[in-house]
Design a protein around this ligand. Structure first.
Ligand code: ATP
Ligand code: MG
Ligand code: MG
Length: 552
């Protein structure tokens, strides 16, 4: 397992501190692009970025990496900040890469003056075609050796908005024969006449990720810029820019760690967006989505997500972790925090024929105290009404019980949790032969659920009194994908979509189900953990089942 894996990031930072680098200061950042919602993979980055700063008594900021105006908007910014807060982290500051556009522009002019950047008049396709490949040097642009004066003039006019989109770019002049493709004269600026959610129409040119990132780190005083492994080939470029600029601070250091990927899950924003657009899920916060808002609506406690990420640690090997492992953290947390309630998800009538009536001829109602949370006695009990007219779970009854079926069957006695022992005596069927009602007798001597003569029953079932039942909508979820590694066979994860990932049931709950707060998770006894929808009263989402499927 990955538990207890050495934290190579802390080791590296510890080494820097011991060596007196950054004067012992540690500063990290979480740099989301506001072009979508955060997902479980981002939770990993957040816990690493914030966790590392915390561990060294340092600072972690959020920096919105807002360098691409067309894909980004303020709604995403807000959702990102909300999700970070939900996870339990508080950024020291919320910053925007767009806040550094002027400084980046000045530094780009500086590189031009040093003969280290040039304006290329070629289009994107031509530039890509000239990039070459491994073992195959690229082709130098015919514009590569423009004079500093001409470059400065063209770049000034790019910035002034004189040229149309895509007509020119600014490139760093590095090495078209480098073994590292990233160093083959990377693009620093593109022309894009588009409105930016922070800077409006101020800028007709926008910096690329590589040009913006390290410099933004330097401006903010980031010491350790933690990112995912796919950026390791970008590190030489990250360093190249920083090495060639007159920096006000010590150079930040980029350190890469493995992405978090989970079985039966995708984390590509583009594909998640398609699930939403194609109506395969109800939205970004659909409980089946691996987005943080989806997990939240599903009832995942933030603490379980954090603990899971901490347990995985940081490594430099990309691996897909079993989603059952994450669910195991969720279950463990919910077991201690969630109250118990009785809910029948597929109701079957159970009629107790010898149930008494009072002097007015109305059926007697008895109230039984049931423990709210056996893991926490402080949470006390609630009273559940019991009558001779009950709902039980369809699958808790079998007219002809198969081997090893110990629940209710004709002639068999079982316990109704906390109430009485009952024995099934007969059934009523509909015209299709389907059992629609079970008849039974109860033993008044077993009040509370135990027989004074000490006789045992093999099962204890949950129940809901019909006249006291509350109607509920319950959503059961299966995996969104049918295979552990979606897209493995065709290359397209959406080919492996599970068409039956949600089942909606009309359920019956005990009266105390109405005191569950929106968003709160309760255990439906014997069925699993269920989260009350934050917006729709009476709707519950199954968070996870009760059985731990994770065998370490
Ligand atoms: P896209 O490329 O679709 O915009 P992204 O995953 O790069 O998506 P960002 O908003 O740029 O999204 O990511 C912010 C930070 O989260 C980055 O540092 C990125 O490395 C990290 N991150 C993204 N996905 C994962 C993942 N699956 N595991 C760990 N970290 C991740
Ligand atoms: Mg990104
Ligand atoms: Mg990305």
């Amino acid at each position: 397992g990955t538990s207890g894996a050495g934290d190579f990031i802390s080791d590296a930072i510890g080494h820097d501190i011991d060596g007196g680098v950054y004067k012992g200061r540690v500063q990290t950042r979480f740099p989301p692009e506001p072009n979508g919602y955060l997902h479980i993979g981002h939770a990993k980055a957040i816990t690493v970025d914030f966790g590392t700063a915390e561990k060294f008594g340092g600072v972690c900021n959020v920096r919105l990496d807002d360098t691409n105006p067309v894909a980004e908007n303020p709604e995403f910014v807000q959702s990102i900040l909300d999700d970070i807060a939900w996870l339990g982290y508080e950024p020291a500051a919320v910053l925007h890469a767009s806040g550094y556009f002027e400084q980046l522009y000045q530094w780009a002019r500086y590189l031009i003056e040093q003969g280290l950047a040039y304006v290329d008049d070629q289009d994107n396709e031509t530039i890509s075609a000239q990039r070459g490949g491994y073992g195959r040097p690229g082709v130098e642009s015919p514009f590569r050796d423009r004079s500093v004066e001409e470059n400065l003039d063209l770049f000034t006019r790019m910035r002034a908005g004189e040229f149309p989109d895509g007509s020119r770019v600014l490139r760093a002049k590095i090495d078209m024969a480098s073994d590292n493709m990233v160093l083959r004269d990377p693009v620093m600026y593109r022309i894009r006449h588009a409105e930016h959610h922070q800077t409006g129409m101020q800028w007709p040119i926008y910096p690329t990720y590589d040009w913006a990132h390290g410099q933004s780190d330097a401006i903010e005083g980031v010491t350790h810029s933690l990112c995912t492994l796919e950026f390791d080939t970008h590190r030489p470029l990250y360093d190249w820019y920083l090495n060639h600029l007159p920096l006000p601070t010590e150079k930040p250091r980029q350190i890469e760690f493995a992405r978090l990927e989970l079985t039966y899950t995708i984390t590509s924003k583009r594909r998640l967006a398609r699930l939403v657009r194609d109506g395969i899920v109800d939205g970004w916060d659909d409980p089946r989505m691996p987005t943080l808002r989806g997990l939240r609506r599903r009832g995942y406690p933030a603490k379980a997500v954090r603990d899971f990420c901490a347990y995985l640690g940081t490594t430099r090997t990309n691996a897909r972790h079993n989603i059952e492992e994450l669910e195991s953290f969720v279950r463990r947390e919910l077991n201690t925090t969630s109250r118990r309630r009785m809910v029948v998800t597929r109701p079957l009538h159970l009629v107790i024929d010898n149930w008494p009536t009072d002097e007015n001829g109305s059926p007697v109602v008895e109230y039984f105290p049931l423990t709210n949370n056996p893991e926490n006695p402080d949470e006390g009990t609630r009273l559940a009404a019991f009558t001779g007219d009950l709902f039980i779970e369809q699958e808790d009854f079998a007219e002809t019980p198969p081997p090893k079926f110990f629940r209710l069957a004709p002639g068999r006695e079982v316990r109704l949790r906390g109430a009485y022992l009952v024995t099934a005596t007969g059934v009523v069927k509909d015209e299709n032969g389907q059992v629609v009602e079970v008849h039974a007798t109860y033993d008044p001597a077993t009040r509370g659920g135990d027989a004074p003569d000490g006789r045992k029953v093999k099962s204890t079932m949950h129940w809901v009194s019909v006249p006291h039942a509350v109607d509920l909508d319950v959503a059961l979820y299966d995996r969104l994908f049918t295979t552990p590694n979606p897209g493995e066979s065709t290359g397209e994860p959406l080919d492996d979509l599970n068409p039956d990932s949600r089942e909606l049931l009309s359920a019956k709950g005990e009266a105390a189900i109405t005191d569950v707060e929106p968003g709160q998770v309760v255990q439906f006894e014997r069925l699993g953990y269920f989260a009350a929808d934050p917006d729709r009263p009476g709707l519950f989402h199954r968070t996870v089942g009760l059985r731990d499927e994770w065998a370490a």
